[in-house]
Write a protein that binds this ligand. Structure first.
Ligand SMILES: [Fe+2]
Ligand SMILES: [Fe+2]
Length: 290
């Protein structure tokens, strides 16, 4: 337990995060960095960037509600303190992605209207399954739902977006890089903390597996919605803007169709789920594919 306590302590969070990779950043990116003019000037591309950013805000608001809600459900003091650091991480993620909406030209007064209008209903459903467990103060299901399922998904999505933006949008790529580093810590906590608890409470397994299956269903439905529209690629073709070539999972994303990208992301996330759930003694349950 002492290793666990020091790896996930507030002290190590301070040293690695605010005094480490976030030092000198401004809303997650380097001071002075701006969105690329193409995104701001082209209405189709700007709307798509707004839509994508809204999904990140929906996910991060869920993580903020879950990590703060789980503090009072945690059975030990070390977990409570870790979740307090995670709460601040998630609040920061909500803030930096909300800030990006403003950078993309959304006015302050219309933030909530825009978020409501673009929030994917399948992602909202995904979040509500997790938040039900948190509201019931179910620590085991809550941590699996948050630190393995939600953050496992976020981690892979952010990595794919990071690959796509690294060359073409350094500001957004830098914002994502700090978030990815945070998510790596959160996923690590989930795996380290929950394995022993699942062992001690085998009666919880079936319920946790059902939650993971239901969340996976709505996650895949969200991916399908996100990739089954080709407006962005059509628009880039129309204006003669070449696609960025970037490596993700050993493949050049710039060569893939949207269907292939959806498949690659879904396969990557599900493979991660299987590995991580296996490590904590939970058997991955396949949802009906959408
Ligand atoms: Fe987050
Ligand atoms: Fe997180």
């Amino acid at each position: 337990m002492s290793d666990f306590l020091s790896a996930y302590s507030i002290q190590s969070w301070l040293e690695s995060c605010p005094q480490g990779y976030l030092e000198g950043t401004e809303f997650g990116h380097r001071p002075g960095e701006e969105e690329v003019p193409l995104l701001l000037d082209n209405e189709v591309l700007r709307e798509d960037a707004i839509r994508t950013t809204v999904q990140l805000i929906v996910g991060e608001r869920c993580a903020l509600a879950a990590s703060s809600g789980l503090i009072n459900a945690a059975p030990d003091e070390g977990s409570k303190r870790f979740l307090a650091t995670q709460t601040l991480d998630e609040a920061r993620h909500v803030e930096i992605f909300t800030r990006r909406l403003l950078d993309l030209g959304v006015r302050k007064g219309e933030l909530e209207t825009v978020i409501d209008a673009y929030a994917n209903p399948n992602l909202v459903k995904f979040a509500s399954i997790l938040l039900e467990k948190v509201d019931a103060k179910d620590f085991i299901a809550g941590v699996v739902g948050q630190n393995i399922v939600l953050e496992g998904m976020a981690f892979s999505v952010f990595e794919m977006m990071h690959a796509m933006n690294q060359e073409v949008n350094p500001k957004f790529a830098h914002t994502l890089a700090g978030t990815i580093a945070d998510e790596r810590r959160h996923v690590g906590f989930g795996e380290n903390r929950i394995g022993a608890l699942i062992k001690a409470h085998p009666e919880k397994k079936a319920e946790v597996e059902r939650m993971q299956r239901d969340m996976s269903y709505f996650m895949l439905a969200t991916f399908a919605d996100a990739f089954r529209q080709t407006r962005v690629l059509d628009e880039m073709n129309r204006i003669g803007q070449p696609r960025a070539h970037s490596a993700y999972q050993g493949v050049d994303l710039g060569e893939l169709s949207t269907d292939e990208m959806e498949q690659l992301l879904a396969d990557t996330v599900l493979k991660e789920f299987k590995t991580r759930l296996g490590r904590i003694g939970i058997e991955y349950q396949s949802p009906v594919r959408v």
